[in-house]
Design a protein around this ligand. Structure first.
Ligand code: T4K
Length: 380
């Protein structure tokens, strides 16, 4: 197979028609209001409240700061049980709040925190569970809610990947005490950079508004040590426009996911997670596959490198595990993370974005098959 002429990255941001964005930009220019709770942000916030059917949402400049502020605003301290199989920002948010992350192993089917292993990690210092709907796959929400309820723990979800996911007909953001969504450009739905909290306790609205704006209550009053985490008008404009396209984006991503699944599932040593159960509406944000070296004929890393020669830039999300990073290496880990380690060694996320054509997806599949059939072959 010939290599692609242009690089095929793991993702590409979805962009609206240029003219549509320019129209919105023109209005921002005319008003000369760029940030600090401007009119576009207010309109966007209303649209999201309708979309999520709640008044309790707050927008931020990115998902990382949203999560940090969630922890600070809810007064989470001590130890928090979390997953090592995630993007570094999840654990960094704990560290910025001087909270000790306690890593729990994950499930082999959804790659999310394993509820059966959470209780063994609870100590008198545990205040919360910070679980991640990794790749948009919902955590075992009922089991986690039950543990959190019995042990009086706050249940926090990093839903960075889960925009558009529904469980039992409700948005995934309605579960737990609070959820953080990332609207980063690489996400299925984005506002260039951006983040959102959605929460149960309406008192948090005020606290989060203070915290993202330096703690200002009025021109002369600062009521808490806040930071600057405000979403600006151009971000809000992008988010507001893209909300109209979300169904189209998910439809395209679903089609891509299904092509990969149909074309690759019979390759020995290459596997997909089981399909989500019927009560889950998935967003197909990522296409993670697992590569088992012996059956596939080469390791995940070898496949990752070989694909680059064809101009295909898949990613090893999330490798290495968080516990391997220099800043977390010295942290005592009291549980075997065997499943998380195995998944991190085998996972590869394949390119998926709305612009990726059916023809290109089929070609990526053909290349993977060719590499599998002829592992020693010379790349052209
Ligand atoms: N929690 C979880 C579970 C997360 O996954 C994330 C973020 C967060 C929290 C924190 O949320 P934010 O603070 O970011 O809102 C990317 C994203 O930067 C990051 O947002 C995301 N997770 C993570 C999974 O992926 P990188 O380092 O892989 O990004 P980068 O720059 O290598 O981009 C990936 C590919 O996308 C590139 O190869 C090319 C393409 N790309 C990227 C950008 C930015 C484009 O085509 N156009 C673009 O504008 O982290």
């Amino acid at each position: 197979m010939k290599k692609f002429n242009q690089p095929i990255f793991v993702t590409k941001p979805f962009l609206p028609p240029f003219e549509e964005f320019c129209q919105g930009l023109r209005e921002i220019w005319e008003k000369q209001w760029l940030t600090n709770n401007g009119p576009v942000l207010k309109k966007y916030q209303k649209e999201l409240k309708r979309y999520f059917v709640t008044d309790n949402i707050c927008l931020f400049t990115n998902g990382t700061l949203a999560l940090q502020i969630a922890l600070q605003g809810m007064g989470i301290s001590g130890e928090v049980i979390t997953t090592p199989f995630t993007f570094v920002a999840t654990t960094h948010a704990l560290y910025w709040n001087k909270i000790r992350p306690v890593f729990c192993d994950i499930e082999s089917d959804t790659f999310t925190i394993d509820p059966d292993k959470v209780e063994a990690l609870i100590t008198p210092w545990t205040t919360a569970i910070l679980a991640v709907h990794v790749f948009g796959r919902p955590c075992k929400i009922d089991a986690l809610a039950d543990i959190a309820h019995r042990h009086k723990l706050t249940l926090i979800y990093d839903a960075a990947h889960a925009f558009g996911v529904q469980v039992n007909g409700k948005s995934i953001g309605q579960y737990g005490n609070i959820s953080m969504f990332s609207f980063h450009a690489t996400k299925l739905y984005h506002s260039i950079e951006g983040g959102m909290l959605i929460f149960k306790d309406s008192n948090l609205n005020q606290i989060f508004s203070y915290l993202k704006n330096f703690g200002f209550k009025s021109e002369t009053e600062v009521v808490m040590p806040g930071t600057n985490a405000k979403m600006n008008e151009i971000q809000a404009l992008m988010g507001s426009i893209l909300l109209k396209y979300i169904h189209e984006i998910i439809k395209k991503k679903k089609k891509i996911y299904n092509i990969y699944k149909n074309q690759l599932s019979d390759i020995p040593g290459l596997s997909f997670s089981p399909d989500p159960t019927e009560n889950i509406e998935y967003n197909y944000a990522y296409v993670p596959i697992l590569i088992e070296k012996i059956a596939f004929g080469m390791s995940r890393d070898e496949l990752y490198e070989r694909l680059k020669k064809y101009n295909i830039f898949a990613r090893r999300y999330f490798y290495p595990l968080l516990t391997e990073f220099a800043c977390y290496q010295n942290l005592a880990v009291s549980m075997s993370l065997a499943t998380a380690k195995a998944v991190a060694e085998q996972v590869l996320t394949l390119p998926t974005y709305a612009d990726l054509s059916e023809h290109e997806v089929c070609k990526i599949c053909d290349i993977i098959r060719e590499i599998h059939i002829n592992p020693a072959g010379l790349d052209r």
